[in-house]
Design a protein around this ligand. Structure first.
Ligand code: PLP
Length: 414
């Protein structure tokens, strides 16, 4: 299988590297391979390319170039932001949410084992946050509030400008994981008033292994990777020049793509979602319809296991996922969906379909042709299905409407 033979519905996991992006980075692997920190002219032009890329990435988020620190990935950026805020403040409490990416959650859990207090704010059944709870969670020992901008599994968008206002009024640093946002929503760090913001280039058609952390000027900062004087002493390690240049080019393209993502891609996603819900009984969207990333749809299919659905989709060349790629292989149901109140069984029957600018109407038609029969086929053989002869553990209270959700109709004794 290769990119020509697959139908790709997993852009929240990673995106294809754009041809223009590959072309921009190639010279920095072939002719201009020097170390940007070296003293001779050959290296100076490489350092200049890094600075040009920094300007482009800063442009994507409305920042000043010197506020951009290149990192190795979104995970490093999130870890760095939290680490730095705690180190400079000397405080020992973090406010975050129960639905963050593992790049934040696992770091917070690690801190918890070392005696830090972490508040994991809950979400409601639509995946939304209660701002009063954000406000109430902040106390004198809070060193940082780290809350994602858009959820990678459901696409639900949090009100980051409101959260930033709360944090400002309480004099606490606010970091947001915006890894899923560029190219989908406009980003203006000054308008939002955020102190730190993470991005990862592979979510915007650039290679893997390059990310960035925005740190508002005059914010006290403690590096996470300690070494050389690179990145103005804020992140040691020789710069990943070719990837940084690629990130710069991809940042320019992400700005240009905003309109298409919010028109063509959004309407493809909406058609796909409404047709799947219409054609497949016991199928529901997980998470609020709005505000939501224009490319993301998370759907529950009762009486099936998403892993089985994904295997059958794979056989017909469709790539999708059951949640975050970083938790694939884990037997646990999605922490995002269970935090929204789905039962483990409902969460295990959920698929994430995330589109991108490369998707066509033909891709959506292909998915609509293949997914409904796959669900039907699995339900026909599934003991989870109330109609299945081997089903002893479940029964359906017959006459309820579809919209109430099959979970309400299932009474389980297993
Ligand atoms: N945060 C979010 C919301 C993500 O979706 C991801 C990647 O899936 C990350 C952080 C981690 O980014 P990276 O893969 O660059 O470490």
């Amino acid at each position: 299988m290769n990119t020509k033979t697959i139908r790709y519905f997993d852009h929240n996991a990673t995106t294809p590297v754009a041809r223009e992006v590959v072309e921009s980075m190639l010279p920095y692997l072939t002719d201009y391979w020097g170390n940007p920190s070296s003293a001779y002219g050959f290296a100076h032009q490489i350092a200049a390319a890094v600075e040009e890329a920094r300007e482009k990435v800063a442009g994507l988020i409305g920042a000043e170039p010197k506020e951009v620190i290149f990192t190795s990935c979104g995970t490093e950026s999130n870890n760095t932001a939290i680490h730095s805020a705690l180190a400079v403040s000397g405080k020992r409490h973090v406010v975050t949410t129960a639905v963050e990416h593992s790049a934040t959650l696992k770091y917070c859990q690690w801190l918890e084992k070392r005696g830090y207090a972490i508040t994991y704010l809950p979400v409601d059944k639509e995946g939304k946050l209660d701002l009063h709870q954000v406000e109430e969670a902040i106390g004198p020992e809070t060193g940082v509030v780290s809350i994602m901008w858009a959820n990678n599994e459901t696409g639900v968008v949090f009100p980051v400008a409101d959260i930033a206002r709360i944090c400002q009024s309480r004099n606490v640093l606010f970091h947001t994981d915006a890894v899923q946002v560029p190219g989908k929503l406009r980003i203006d760090v000054k308008e939002i008033g955020v102190d730190m913001l993470s991005l990862s280039a592979h979510k915007l058609n650039a290679p893997k292994g390059i990310g960035m952390l925005y740190v508002k000027k005059r914010t006290r900062f403690q590096p996470y990777i300690i070494g050389g004087h690179q990145e103005r002493g804020r992140r040691g390690g020789t710069e990943n020049v070719a990837n940084i240049v690629a990130f710069g080019r991809a940042a320019e393209m992400a700005v240009e793509r905003l309109h298409e993502e919010n028109t063509r891609v959004r309407s493809l996603r909406d058609r796909m979602e409404s047709e799947l819900v219409r054609r497949i009984p016991h199928c529901r969207r997980n998470g609020a319809a709005e505000p939501r990333l224009p490319n993301t749809s998370n759907l529950s299919f009762d009486f099936v296991e998403a892993e089985a659905v994904l295997m059958l989709l794979d056989q017909v060349g469709i790539c999708a996922s059951s949640g975050s790629a970083c938790t694939t292989g884990s037997l646990d149901p999605s922490h995002v969906l269970t935090a929204m109140g789905l039962s483990p069984m409902q969460a295990r029957g959920s698929l994430r379909l995330s589109l991108g600018c490369n998707n066509t109407e033909d891709d959506v038609e292909y998915l609509l042709e293949h997914l409904p029969p796959i669900i039907q086929k699995l339900r026909d053989i599934s003991p989870l299905n109330p109609q299945h002869p081997d089903n002893v553990g479940y029964h359906v209270a017959s006459s309820r409407g579809r919209d109430e959700g099959a979970s309400a109709r299932l009474s389980t004794n297993v």
